[in-house]
Ligand binder design. Structure first.
Ligand code: ADP
Ligand code: MG
Length: 271
């Protein structure tokens, strides 16, 4: 089966006038169809950059990115637009950026359905689910940050996307609204088979998703499945130690690598 997302050696470099900043270095990541993934990691690790790439809003500086089997760098701008309109729902980190400020809440959701026949019932249902039913006619630009965030989630789900990408979608919400948003996202995955990738710092969000992927310093550093945490062996055998081992083996220290029957042990050189 074709994976929903396949990243092979993705590198993303931001060039500004004075410097080049490597935001992602050699990201390998496969998200299977129907999976729900939480992207974790410290601020500046590259999570939003990875979201922008998966949303087709950025082209990778190097490496190969395939969404539902299509290589993003090879799509024409028109084909990429079509894919974004029909197959992908995105909630960007800054909620206002997802919305048309002068259009009403209902118009924003309806606009996201432009690739198919508009479904007014679904518009009402989505607004209801995110607790904005009473604000259908309110202009997006006049809403609070939390309201915009909830509206952005309704917009992202309006076209029943095959791939839903949400960057910290509950960061401005109280517990009850956050739960409603996560329930709605979970339901899209369960009923519609939507593949979900959510950047989050919120443990109640990541616990509701099937798998966690931790980005550290522009790389996939760790993964969690079924409540267990694993480090990921990167290209050329590179391993990022989890932060709780940094005291035992600080960066720059030397270690012996010893083969064991079922793996490898690292032993501090002076021990
Ligand atoms: P995260 O979402 O994990 O906090 P980002 O993907 O936003 O991380 O950022 C990764 C790195 O790239 C950071 O060092 C950030 O400052 C830098 N960065 C992000 N966007 C840009 C940009 N448009 N231009 C230059 N640097 C950027
Ligand atoms: Mg971010």
């Amino acid at each position: 089966m074709t994976a929903a997302v396949r990243c092979d050696g993705i590198v993303q470099i931001y060039k500004t006038s004075e410097l080049e900043l490597v935001a992602l270095r050699d990201v390998d990541l496969v998200v299977e169809r129907g999976e729900t993934v939480a992207l974790l990691g410290p601020s500046g690790a590259g999570k939003s950059t990875l979201m922008w790439l998966m949303a087709g809003l950025l082209r990778p500086s190097a490496g190969r990115l395939r969404i539902n089997g299509a290589e993003v760098s090879r799509l024409s701008p028109a084909a990429l637009d079509r894919m974004r309109a029909t197959d992908i729902g995105v909630v960007l980190q800054n909620p206002g950026r997802n919305l048309i400020p002068y259009a009403s809440a209902a118009q924003n959701v309806a606009f996201a359905q432009r690739a198919a026949r508009p479904d007014r019932r679904r518009v009402g249902e989505l607004l209801d689910r995110v607790g904005l039913d009473g604000m259908r006619r309110r202009r997006a630009g006049e809403m609070s940050g939390g309201e915009q965030q909830r509206l952005a989630v309704a917009v992202a789900l309006a076209n029943s996307p095959r791939l839903l990408l949400a960057d910290e979608p509950t960061s401005q919400l109280d517990d009850a609204s956050g739960r409603a948003v996560i329930e709605l996202i979970g339901q899209a995955a369960a009923d519609g088979g939507t593949t979900v990738v959510v950047v989050t710092h919120d443990q109640s969000v990541s616990r509701a998703l099937g798998r966690t992927v931790t980005i550290r310093d522009g790389r996939v550093g760790a993964e969690g499945r079924g409540g267990e945490d694993f480090v990921v062996i990167g290209r050329e055998g590179a391993v990022q130690l989890p932060p709780e081992f940094h005291e035992l083996l600080p960066p720059g220290s030397m270690a012996r690598v010893e083969a064991l029957p079922d793996g490898v042990a690292l032993r501090r050189a002076d021990s």
